[in-house]
Design a protein around this ligand. Structure first.
Ligand code: ADP
Ligand code: MG
Length: 439
């Protein structure tokens, strides 16, 4: 008789929430209601736009950050402190410049209290596996980026982690080096030459996720939450040009670019309580009006699939989505299921000259963005028509982290200046209305 045993859980997250307390006492939620289980034998990609909490979630799994609410289970038992089964590869390589390759690789083993002779043996073995043979005594500065990241991999793998966590490990490398290393890693995994049971890769690249992962978890922003958890059944090695590959990339792209889908899913999974009212201060993406204009101009003669557009322009989601977000906030484009089109106003923008464009943006900002309306109102009631930027920062810090509040203010100033709604006196840190009565 065959007894079916439920597959073992390596790490499980139960209703994780992570929030930070602001200096003014206000709480900012970074991650909300995250439940997921990682099992042996899978490569999981954690995919999402920047700021969606991917790194935070990975650090929670590694035990580097404690969640505000919810549980982390490691082999079904609550995790306390650092996760002993996890090793991390960082985007920045994070090597010690004064240590040789061998010494850097030995570090993790040393931290685990492995004896010197065994440490050396294991480190050398992993150096061999990862293709660093002959570089044992080199220092990081003598190595190319690709070789440095190999050291990062060797160091993480030498401790034989159950879960290898990688935070955008290929992002700092040039395209070819990244692709090489990606496939080498995949080789090692598929051939079972690396001693790890599971891999978690944080990425903002859809194609990277679809190339590598057995499962793709899509995170959304504000606050970060799981929007989709997809199983990928395409056999390795996957051909980027095949229609099944493209179809999956498209599907993921649609999820990422379609906020309506999210509502459907949320409704199905967990009916929202009171949190559905629209945000008073929708986050302004930190993009220049010039980029938005550029996007709109491109759309004029190639409306349609945003993913194809990105490909054509060789832009990654992370590059193009903030621009699309901004254009959407100003109601210059419509986005439906990954298809992007100009609105009537957007169309008008494209066919206008510079002054008319400014007037259009002015109108869109004043009718759609509360922050900009609020700044304008404050300016109008002040007799000298000037306000200190600190005032706006204080207001924003009730809704954003201090750095994000700064970014929001900067964007609001940039956009408002472009549209000639107000000006900015940088040395004084003041926003002001140009005197209108100088005819
Ligand atoms: P990702 O890796 O997806 O880009 P992160 O996990 O790095 O996202 O960050 C998610 C959000 O949490 C960001 O908006 C970031 O500013 C915020 N954040 C991260 N760490 C802190 C912190 N210590 N205090 C306040 N906000 C934070
Ligand atoms: Mg990150």
């Amino acid at each position: 008789m065959v007894v079916k045993v439920a597959s073992k859980s390596l790490i499980a997250l139960e209703s994780i929430k992570k929030s930070y307390q602001q200096p003014n006492g206000q709480e900012i939620t970074i991650l909300e209601n995250i439940s997921l289980e990682l099992k042996p034998g899978e490569i999981v990609a954690l995919l999402g736009p920047s700021g969606s909490g991917k790194s935070t979630l990975m650090r929670i799994i590694a035990g580097l950050i404690t969640p505000t609410q919810g549980k982390v289970l490691y082999h079904n038992r609550p995790l306390v402190g650092l996760n002993p089964g996890v090793a991390i590869v960082f985007q920045s390589f994070a090597l010690y410049p004064w240590l040789t390759v061998l010494e850097n690789v030995e570090l993790g083993l040393k931290a685990k209290g492995v004896m010197a002779s065994e440490r050396r043996y294991k480190a050398l073995q992993m150096i061999d596996v990862i293709g660093l043979d002959g570089f044992e005594n080199a220092y990081p500065k003598e190595l190319s980026g690709g070789m440095r990241q190999r050291v990062g991999f060797a160091r993480a793998l030498a401790v034989e982690p159950e879960l290898l966590c990688m935070d955008e490990p290929f992002s700092a490398l040039d395209v070819l080096t990244a692709e090489n290393l990606r496939f080498e890693l995949l080789d090692l995994w598929l051939e079972k030459r690396i001693p790890t049971k599971s891999v978690l890769i944080v990425t903002h690249g859809i194609e990277e996720a679809v190339i590598l992962a057995d499962r793709i978890i899509v995170l959304g922003r504000n606050p970060g939450r799981i929007r989709a958890d997809l199983t990928v059944t395409l056999p390795h090695y996957r051909d980027r040009k095949s229609s099944s590959f493209q179809a999956l990339v498209d599907q993921v792209y649609k999820i990422i670019t379609n906020p309506e889908l999210e509502n459907v899913e949320q409704a199905a999974v967990a009916p929202q309580s009171t949190e559905t009212q629209p945000r008073k201060y929708p986050p302004l993406p930190a993009v220049r009006i010039g980029s938005i204009a550029g996007l709109l101009e491109l759309l004029e003669d190639r409306q349609g699939d945003l993913y194809r557009l990105g490909q054509e322009l060789q832009l990654e989601v992370d590059d193009i989505l903030p621009i699309v977000d901004a254009a959407q906030l100003m109601k210059l484009v419509n986005l439906r299921e990954g298809d992007i089109t100009l609105t009537e106003v957007g169309q008008q923008f494209v066919s206008s000259g510079i002054d008319e464009r400014k007037a259009i943006v002015r109108n869109q900002l004043l009718s759609n963005l509360f922050l900009i309306q609020q700044i304008t109102n404050l300016l109008q009631v002040k007799r000298n028509q000037r306000i200190q930027e600190e005032l706006i920062l204080d207001i924003l810090e009730a809704h954003f982290s201090p750095e994000e509040a700064e970014r929001q203010l900067k964007t609001a100033i940039d956009w408002g200046r472009y549209a000639e709604i107000y000006s900015y006196d940088e040395p004084a840190g003041e926003i002001f209305l140009e005197s209108i009565n100088n005819d």
